[in-house]
Design a protein around this ligand. Sequence first.
Ligand code: GDP
Ligand code: IMO
Ligand code: MG
Length: 429
Amino acid sequence: MKNTVAIGIQWGDEGKGKIVDLLAPQADIVARFQGGPNAGHTLVIDGEKTVLHLVPSGILHADTLCLIGNGTVVAPETLVDEMDTLRSAGVPVEERLRISDRCQLILPYHRALDAAREAAKGAGRIGTTGRGIGPAYEDKTARRGIRLVDLTSPQLRDKIEENLEWVNFQLTRYFNASPVTRPEVEQTLDIARERLLPLMADVSLILHEAHRNGASILFEGAQGAMLDVDFGTYPFVTSSNTVAGAAMAGLGVGPSMVDEVLGICKAYTTRVGAGPFPTELYNAEGMDDPSGRHLAERGNEFGSTTGRPRRTGWFDAVVVRHGVRVAGVTGLVITKLDVLDGLPEIKLCVAYEKDGERVDTVPADAMGLQACKPIYETFPGWSESTLGITSYDELPQAAKELLARIEQICDCPITMLSTGPDRSHIIHL
Ligand code: GDP
Ligand code: IMO
Ligand code: MG
């Protein structure tokens, strides 16, 4: 297999876990490069479901080495829980996993700050996953983060003391919240020392040596291009770059290592958390279009990390085109095609209208996008089931026509179609 970056190009949950798991046997290495336990990547093999947050989605394959890169933020408790769950399911996770020495650690005070900030914002909250992601990336950039390699440093005690002083000042004085205690932090650090230090490695070096020896590498993204801190619906985004370019800085490799970029997107759109969503049809706050409800129910649209109901809407080609461009996508993977089965008609948003003018690109400001009204093309639906179909020829004619238009309007070839949650439900084109 060529060295491939697999990323989401909508608002996350596009089915990245499934696609990475199914491509992993052809890769020698699967590497995560950004995000943290905000991600929830679902794998279904013969009906059995595994949800991964930090462990790369290649972990179920015996001959695939899994790497967690420096660009990720690691919550030791979450990672260890995940490792234990995998181990009890018979997966020798420690043998297959290495973690970058340069990874930032998410500590209890990051979660406390995340929660306090969201509570203080009230109705204006971002709707984060509450996993401490934003505060952990802030500490990284502010150069006060604690990295895995710091667990062996004699200066660690002083750094923690200094960080706690600053955090607790904010928590108690500004947010009127409870402080985080030193023993809470020490407990997390002990877990990391005991369970993660043995897996610590120079991930960049591993990748370079493997590449030199002809290994193939699959780079696994988290979130999606519309949640990218620069190119997403800022400030309703996550705190990392999620585009393909982030794979380089998040692992310590150069762009010459990448041969292709897969842009994964659903045949419709979903979003969890707040922020603009032009094609939205259905949400827990009272939007209740029947097609939107069909997508939510058939698609079982509940967050894999938080269990929150996902907002649903029609496929937005303006969004996907934006993702294709900012991430340099060379092939589209369309997932959840089967969820469209039984809809009388299907709409594609091909452009927006704003203040009487046609808009073909995603505006930089969230309010600008909020003001955009979708311009739709309408397609006939199909009544046949596409669930589990593995050959393009067997798809209903109406589905083929819809897909041809998606390819054309997004200006990118479709390379794979997913027709169900299981690893085997796939059409290679
Ligand atoms: P990720 O975060 O991108 O890995 O996606 P999630 O795992 O959060 O959400 C995708 C959900 O859709 C999971 O429950 C998958 O099992 C499921 N899924 C993936 N592909 C398909 C598909 O083609 N059809 C259906 N019906 N479900 C799918
Ligand atoms: P995967 O990898 C969907 C969303 C949150 C919130 C915003 C910021 O499974 O696709 P954060 O906790 O990152 O500070 O939250 O980003 N979000 C996701 N939405 N899928 C994800 O990951 C997400 N990770 C974060 O809902 O709107
Ligand atoms: Mg997910």
